[in-house]
Design a protein around this ligand. Structure first.
Ligand SMILES: *Cc1c(COP(=O)(O)O)cnc(C)c1O
Length: 422
């Protein structure tokens, strides 16, 4: 058994036989569990949980999550369009984007705002461009603040540091507030997102910082969003963020804020990783074995084009080896490097954060056995350079709560890959 709940090695071998490899396999039960955990986060005056859809925007996955009562955090206009196409209503969606919409995009954005989309402005320029519309239509805005301090699992995922440009920086805030005031615009919500998978202590400290900003600058705000970034342990030596402890801290601070100011702030959080990361497995097959005088390699049919996180961040994922007949192999461990099929020495699942291959002690598989990569539910299918070396995009399968394997995304075909070329 790969996890104690539903996914067994036999089931994985069956999925590989039925749908081919490489294959993403998601466990609905685990998605529901993590939704429940976050919805149960302690809070003082109400909680909205937004799923950051960029982690995994498959419509079946988004619908399962939205059915649990989560709202959606979208990172681009296309993400708003995409989740709307999945049937999720605009008044459950907030747009937090680096994009600066113009022309048709601006028309669409305004239309979506009229229909209930919440717009979280992230720069002075974004506010300048939408100010007249907001003022005329009397809708309220959310504002993303650059808190000046961030925390992420790597510097590439720290969105609060001075070398990161997300949100309205404090040095712009007076100008933003002046413009808003002159147009009668109200910031109903104040938002920050300091990074992904960072130190939970930093996440907690940011609560104090945000409440300080709200007290000082935003007398009309009714809601505060502390963003996403809740850490998930993919590896046995990692520790997940303690949702209960973070919630208790937030509750205490929000109650203190109420005593001090008379204002009851609604709370929002925006997890992506936390909801789906450990609910997804990548099933790959061993196609070759090679050796140099320094290193033994296991070559699989799914590498950086299906999980780029090791190459991007030096991320560590757990591996499970399953025999052709569906047996979990735990013996005969060796120091092995797992590599993919792309012409790229960094196409490996066993890299450190400098892009160097660091072999790992794992059971030695045979050609034809399966290598399962855990922790692949978030930022794998959604963030991979999937057509590199002209490999087609892998299909996605859901294990539903009844124990059925359901294809939720077909494999891309070679024709689809070239269809737009003239
Ligand atoms: C990416 C992102 C999130 C989710 O981050 P996770 O680390 O996946 O939880 C939340 N909010 C915003 C604004 C984001 O850009």
């Amino acid at each position: 058994m790969i996890n104690k709940n539903t996914i067994s090695s036999e089931l994985i071998a069956n999925a590989a036989r039925e749908f081919g490899t490489p294959l993403y396999l998601y466990d609905e039960f685990l998605i529901l569990e993590s939704c429940k955990n976050v919805l149960g986060m302690p809070n003082a005056f109400g909680l909205t949980v937004r799923y950051a859809m960029k982690a995994n925007p498959n419509k079946t996955i988004m619908k399962i999550i939205a059915d649990q009562g989560l709202h959606i955090d979208a990172s681009s206009l296309n993400e708003v369009r995409r989740v709307s196409m999945a049937g999720i209503s605009l008044n459950k969606i907030m747009l937090t984007t680096q994009e600066v919409p113009s022309n048709k995009d601006m028309e669409d954005l305004q239309d979506m705002i009229k229909k209930g989309l919440r717009y979280n402005i992230c720069s002075l320029r974004q506010l300048e461009l939408i100010a007249d519309f907001i003022s005329k239509n009397k809708v309220n805005l959310s504002i993303r603040i650059h808190p000046g301090v961030g925390s992420g699992e790597s510097s590439t995922r720290d969105t609060g540091s001075p070398y990161s440009c997300f949100g309205v920086h404090l040095k712009d805030i007076e100008e933003v507030l002046d413009l808003a005031k002159s147009k009668g615009i109200i910031f109903e919500q104040v938002h920050s997102h300091i990074g992904s998978g960072g130190n939970p202590m930093k996440w907690q400290e940011n609560i104090d910082r945000m409440l300080g900003f709200i007290e000082k600058y935003f007398p009309q705000a009714k809601s505060v969003s502390f963003g996403g970034g809740l850490k998930v342990a993919r590896m046995p030596d990692e520790v997940s963020a303690d949702i209960q402890a973070l919630g208790r801290y937030a509750r205490q601070k929000l109650e203190e804020f109420y005593k001090k100011t008379g204002r009851k702030l609604h709370m929002e959080v925006e997890p992506g990783t936390y909801i789906v990361a450990n609910a997804g497995y990548l099933i790959t097959k061993v196609i070759d074995k090679k050796q140099t005088d320094k290193c033994s390699f296991i070559v699989t049919n799914g590498g950086m084009e299906v999980n780029t996180r090791p190459l991007l961040y030096g991320s560590q994922h757990p591996f499970y080896i399953i025999s052709k007949s569906g047996k979990l192999i735990v013996e005969n461990k060796k120091e092995l490097a797992i590599v993919g099929r792309c012409c790229e020495s960094g196409d490996s699942q066993t890299l450190n954060d400098r892009g160097e291959i660091i072999p790992r002690l794992i059971p030695d598989p045979e050609v034809g056995d399966l290598v399962i990569i855990g922790g692949c539910g978030a930022y794998c299918s959604s963030m991979s350079p999937f057509n590199y070396n002209s490999y087609t995009q892998a299909p996605e399968v859901l294990l539903d709560t009844q124990g059925n394997l359901k294809l939720i995304k077909k494999a891309q075909t070679l024709n689809q890959m070239v269809t737009n070329e003239l």
